[in-house]
Write a protein that binds this ligand. Sequence first.
Ligand code: CU
Length: 117
Amino acid sequence: MKSVKVMLVSTALFLLAGTSLLAQKKNKGEWVTIEIKTSAQCEMCKEKIETRLIDTKGVKSAVLDMTNKVVSVKYNTAKSDPEKIRKVITGLGYDADEMKADESVYKTLPGCCKKPE
Ligand SMILES: [Cu+2]
């Protein structure tokens, strides 16, 4: 009888440990890469956007390809999302996909970083 009790308790503990492990895994999120089309114009823009993105919470890497102005961003799904990442870019004065640049910041960009008229 005693061994049945021990077995039940250990089964319960095992299940508990299992579910908390699952929960932990869920909270950790996963690393995914998204591509965002920007309005970057020069190397200065590239540098600025990449640096700021890498400093953003939940972002591991950011590489802007100047041939197509697309930035590849690797982020953790538990800590960030595409919306937040696009907002970082628009906050620097650049368009991010369909999201428009922050107008007041765009106005302060050097001439070489502005979109050609
Ligand atoms: Cu620039």
